[in-house]
Design a protein around this ligand. Structure first.
Ligand code: DAH
Length: 341
């Protein structure tokens, strides 16, 4: 029995020393010390020993158990330490590698201009509206007094989404006039910026998608004088207090009378230069008094209420503001260009 115990000790300690994982240690513990383990099996034979040998063998068995347990514990500590070292090696961070530079973006120059313009209108008591770019022809044309046979509705000018021409990508933000009158209580004072779409070829001053800003005021006693006063105030805040403006008669189906507003060329002071194409003036927006048919179509009595409306191109404003000569630069999103602003 003594030899048996010694063999158990020797074998157990050897296999413990060569383990590589915690699970192996557990298997060894079960193999030798478990209920059905080798040491337990030896202890079961104690009954067959002479009485005086029992305490001696008992003592020895306890020694074996203790030394196996100790060895397991020590090896377990060694394995843990090894695992930790391996992990540290695996997850090592090289703090000497130079960091990656994060480039922080900034607002697109056109939206900088738009935010300025919004602030101007908000300071004048206007509400800012957002509206659909996919629109019913009814809102984009018909209810703006632009009937079926109007040239602006040509297939060659407009992106229709349905064969029957009932749904389209809006060609102007003027659709928001109707939507505002339908949803807002009187008096109305709104401005609505957004994208519009036309079948135009791309060149220095055209793009099939561009931005407009629509404005609408409806109240009792609104006159052409209010239109001129408001637009002069807005344009002078955008282009500077000494900006010279003029209003030229024009035609739009949904306003009567209609006009276009020009600013005197800031480059040449009105003499004529390449910037103003020799005109001395630069057109900045279309405007007019809301047509009585448009008002009554929205359930507003034109005998009681009147209003003015205007629409301007945002890209053109941004080009003028930052002295950019080609509209394509606004859309191309070349960061070398955009980073200048
Ligand atoms: N929607 C017109 C266009 O795209 C611009 C315009 C003209 C808007 C007169 C208006 C307006 O509100 O009153 O050419």
């Amino acid at each position: 029995m003594k030899e048996e115990l010694e063999t158990i000790r020797k074998n157990a300690l050897e296999s413990i020393g060569s383990t590589k994982a915690g699970a192996d240690l557990e298997a060894i513990r079960v193999k030798y010390l478990g209920k059905k383990g080798e040491l337990t099996a030896v202890l079961k034979q104690m009954g067959s020993l002479a009485a005086e040998m029992r305490p001696i063998m008992g003592q020895m068995a306890n020694d074996v158990r203790a030394s196996v347990e100790e060895a397991i514990e020590a090896q377990s500590a060694v394995l843990e330490q090894r695992a930790m070292e391996a992990r540290l090696r695996r997850e090592a961070v090289d703090v000497t590698i130079p960091g990656k530079k994060l480039t922080v973006g900034h607002k697109h120059p056109m939206y900088t201009v738009l935010d300025e313009i919004k602030d101007i209108f908000i300071s004048m008591g206007f509400e800012i509206l957002d509206g659909p770019e996919v629109e019913l022809a009814d809102y984009n044309f018909t209810r703006l007094n632009t009937p079926e046979d109007h040239p602006a509705r040509e297939w060659s000018d407009t992106f229709y989404l349905k064969e029957d021409s009932s749904i389209l990508l809006r060609t102007q933000t003027s659709n928001m006039q109707i939507r505002a009158m339908e949803t807002r209580p009187l008096p109305i004072r709104v401005m609505a910026p957004g994208r519009v779409y036309r079948k135009d070829e791309v060149d220095a001053t055209h793009s099939p998608m561009f931005h407009q800003i629509e404005g609408l005021v409806v109240d009792k006693g609104v006159t052409m004088g209010d239109l001129k006063g408001t637009l002069n105030a807005v344009i002078r805040q955008i282009y500077g207090p000494n900006t010279v403006t003029r209003f030229r008669p024009h035609h739009f189906p949904f306003t009567e009378p209609s006009c276009e507003m020009d600013i005197q060329c800031h480059k040449c002071g009105g003499v004529g230069c390449p910037t103003c194409k020799g005109e001395g003036w630069i057109e900045v927006l279309g405007a007019g008094m809301v047509h009585p048919k448009v008002l009554s179509g929205c359930g507003i009595d034109p005998e009681v209420y009147s209003g003015f409306a205007f629409g301007m191109g945002l890209e053109r404003l941004a080009l003028g503001r930052f002295k950019i000569s080609d509209m394509r630069l606004i859309f191309e999103n070349d960061v070398r260009f955009l980073n200048q602003f």
